[in-house]
Design a protein around this ligand. Sequence first.
Ligand code: FES
Ligand SMILES: [Fe+2]
Length: 331
Amino acid sequence: MTRAAHKDCWQAVALAADVGRRPKRILFEGAPVVLFRSDKGIAALFDRCAHRLVELSTGKVVGGEIECPYHGWRYDGEGRCTAIPGHVGELPRYRVRRYSAIERDGVVFISAGAPNSEPYLHCMQSQDVIVRRVHSSTQSTVIDAAENILDATHTHFTHKGLLRGLSAKRHIVRVEVTGGEGWVEACYTGEERQQGLISRLLEGERTKTIGRFRHPGIAELEYWGKGGLALATTFHLRQAGENIVEGVGWLIGPRQGGLGHLMALAFKPLFNIALQQDRKVLKSASDNARHAPQALPVIGPLDFLRRDIAAIMAGEMPPAALEPRVHHIEL
Ligand code: FES
Ligand SMILES: [Fe+2]
């Protein structure tokens, strides 16, 4: 995988519902980008007027073009300047940088390159599902946030009572780590049904749980029951700023069987509580990281995916692709 491949991939940046009549400013790879609705669909431009560098996102959308609030210059979805109010005669050719942008299943994806395929959405993509879309931001790094989502061993502490029971009872669980180009996953089997509130509400008997990381920053969890995949989350993470991770994702359940709508309704608020708990620990770690930055965090014996995620993010083959691993832990 080359750097060009990275540049040419889609990144989820916003919920489509959050880009309405007004333009929306986001940070993309450290640069401000304005999202708005042009007459050809969603558009993404460098959020800076070519004239005096004012933020275009503080202007408005007029006839599918974005109008700068300072002197009213307008730009179309391709970033071409289409109007300079007061100017008589031929228009000089000015432009601002444009990004590729598309909207799929309620989510806006953009790219600094020219992707030649559709974006990956979520792990139940071709099935009849109920989805809830979520957007959040956390003070952290993509690798720390992805690891947090996929890490089963923090749930006893960070999410005590929510994802885990209040008792300290643990069970031996088998963890199989496999991978390939651009992905790694850990499959947990032998887990008895978790005793936390979320599990009680949402699940029948659990047969396996899978945590997976995909290039470039996608973390997903799958909860499998007797009847198949019962519940899943897919989160697209990206480093929006030095210490800010933005996440756009789906909470997914099969439409048929199970608890259907009821489940989806109950899941989101509970998920939000878990998210707050995670944001708190991630912020604590992020704040603390600047003290003694030369002392790197330890990769402990239960941190199964850390090196693989780091390799994938660096465009390398994850170690698990060459050598699958099996661990036994108490969970
Ligand atoms: S700064 Fe945008 S029109 Fe002048
Ligand atoms: Fe968590």
